[in-house]
Design a protein. Structure first.
Length: 318
């Protein structure tokens, strides 16, 4: 199979045509000079090992219609700095983003139900890990060696299963948010911060006793914490770009963009000013989502929206 694709060894830029809706297994495996990819909007699946070992540089934006990404698809793409995941993605396969060492932030879509074994193994620049409430299974070694992840937020589902050493060697983790009143089943090495006694596990009010008596959890500093409400975002226009800001710690933003309906009369000689309506709210860890903030802009004012967007309308604003 590798011999078949040897022609791509010197490929540096790839634009995939709109007629393509599926990238097959091993399609560009080992194309180590490939730095830039433009995906078609209608793409719905990316096969196993499709871009393994490529030198994709900067943000990796996967189209919103993709529902399947095969195992090892982007393994060892060491120059990727951020990942935009599609809103319909349900499963992240084994080792899909293993070794993507420069990713600093990651937002997983709310459609996601399963994270495969070693999916984000050695994504060592990740600053935080937030698993959406839709996830029911986190695979073995899923986030192992994500050494700089200071905070980890688990889903609230009572039937969550976590594979062995899923968060092992995350030495600098100081806070784990577990919103389920029932402690998820873990063992001594599921998490492995440098000093467990200095790592605080925030749990719902009334559940500290259960966590303190549960294997794997009892060595941590267990603190009950009421869910706080995030501050609504401020929506501003700076240099032709929309920016979101909030005083909420570790804030991220979900937003929608729509045209404002205008009904009026015109002689046909004067211009019509179109309006864009931006609505957004703040999310952060186990906090309650903020109220929705809304602002209108004229179409001529806008160039783009800045941030890491994953198709689920979540943004990390830098």
């Amino acid at each position: 199979m590798k011999k078949k694709y040897k022609v791509f060894n010197d490929l540096k830029e790839l634009v995939i045509g709109n007629s393509v809706n599926c990238i097959p297994d091993n399609a560009f495996n080992g194309a180590s000079e490939l730095t830039t990819i433009t995906f078609p909007e209608n793409l719905d699946s990316i096969g196993k090992n499709a871009f393994k070992g490529c030198n994709i540089t900067g943000p990796l934006n996967i189209p919103s219609k993709v529902s399947y990404i095969g195992s090892n698809a982007f393994e060892d793409c060491e120059a990727v700095t951020s990942i935009t995941l599609p809103k319909n993605l349900r499963v992240i396969g084994n080792s899909t983003f293993k070794g993507c060492k420069l990713i600093t932030s990651l937002i997983l879509p709310s459609s996601l139900s399963e994270i495969g074994d070693s999916a984000f193994y050695n994504c060592s620049k990740l600053q935080s890990i937030t698993i959406p409430n839709s996830v029911r299974h986190i695979g073995e070694f899923a986030f192992i060696d994500c050494v700089n992840a200071k905070t980890i937020t688990l889903p609230s589902s009572a039937d969550l299963s976590i594979g062995k050493r899923a968060f092992f060697n995350n030495f600098y983790t100081t806070a784990i948010y577990s919103p389920s009143p029932l402690p998820p089943a873990i063992d001594f090495v599921t998490f492995y911060p440098e000093d467990k006694s200095l790592c605080t596990v925030y749990v719902p009010v009334g559940s500290a006793t259960a966590y303190k008596g549960a294997d794997g959890w009892k060595d941590y500093n267990i603190v009950e914490k009421n869910s706080e409400t995030c501050e609504a975002p401020k929506i501003t226009l700076e240099g032709g770009k929309i920016r979101f800001s909030s005083n909420t710690l570790n804030a991220r933003y979900r937003y929608s963009v729509r045209m404002k309906e205008i009904e009026s009369e015109t002689s046909g000689n004067e211009g019509i000013e179109a309006k864009i309506v931006i609505s957004a709210y703040t999310i952060a860890g186990s906090n309650t989502d903020s109220p929705v903030a809304t602002r209108e802009f004229s179409l001529d004012e806008l160039i783009g929206i800045e941030g890491d967007v994953n198709g689920d309308n979540e943004v990390n604003v830098s």
